[in-house]
Design a protein around this ligand. Structure first.
Ligand code: SAM
Length: 215
């Protein structure tokens, strides 16, 4: 992805710790403690400019939403949305998700959302894909028994890779569509990326869970 530098993004992030936590490589923070109300916790990894997380949090005040994004210049747009309509059940996190497990208590998440994650098509970049074995291990430990991962993408190769990865991990597929927008999913919340590319081809989506016996 080509990134445009947004002037002042870093300062804005650091000036608003009540809405966004900035985590450096060596830091460890308990992100579950960022909310005033204790209620089901959902995590989006790679939230981009935050449309999905904001809509999800606004529509579901009975859940807490953590939205993680690695780049200042992208998540600052999510922060601007939060500053204009603040919600106490949404908290943003600027970090690389590589160490996400250290920030979230074990068995504490109800759902993880991976929306249009970067496909990293080159084999040598497999370690960066958010649906690889390394990340699934972390997701399994953070999710409550029975918790789910919702994954959508417009990249067919990445979708196939991810299904194989879920299968190799012994996960159960609860739902799958090869054309999210043509099939009936009225609850679908569109992301920025989805709004932009929805007419260019089908969007694939699956909901998967770790089998309880694995936990
Ligand atoms: C293609 S964009 C999609 C953004 C958003 N989910 C959407 O659908 O509009 C993928 C986003 O995931 C972020 N991302 C990728 N790997 C990440 C990681 N390891 N940690 C945090 N964010 C990551 C990227 O920086 C990028 O903003």
């Amino acid at each position: 992805m080509r990134l445009r530098n947004v002037e002042g993004a870093r300062d804005k992030i650091l000036e608003n710790p009540e809405h966004i936590t900035d985590i450096d490589f060596n830091e460890t923070v308990n992100l579950a403690e960022k909310f005033t109300r204790k209620q089901p916790l959902h995590l989006e990894i790679g939230c981009g400019k935050g449309r999905f997380a904001h809509t999800m949090a606004r529509a579901n005040p009975e859940i807490n939403v953590l939205a993680v994004e690695q780049f200042d210049s992208v998540i600052v747009r999510a922060l601007e949305k939060q500053l204009s309509t603040p919600m106490n059940n949404l908290h943003l996190v600027r970090m690389d998700a590589q160490r996400i497990e250290a920030m979230i208590p074990k068995n504490s998440l109800d759902a993880i959302y991976l929306n249009f994650s970067d496909p990293w098509p080159k084999v040598r970049h497999e370690k960066r894909r958010l649906t690889n074995h390394f990340y699934l291990n972390q997701y399994q430990r953070m999710l409550k028994p029975g918790g789910r991962i919702e994954f959508k993408t417009d990249n067919r190769q990445f979708f196939e890779y991810s299904l194989q990865s879920f299968n190799a991990f012994g996960m159960r597929i609860d739902d799958l569509t090869l054309n999210l927008h043509a099939d009936h999913y009225p609850e679908n919340i569109m992301t920025e990326f989805e709004m932009k590319f929805k007419d260019d081809g089908p969007i694939y989506k699956t909901i998967v869970r770790f089998e309880e016996a694995n936990q």
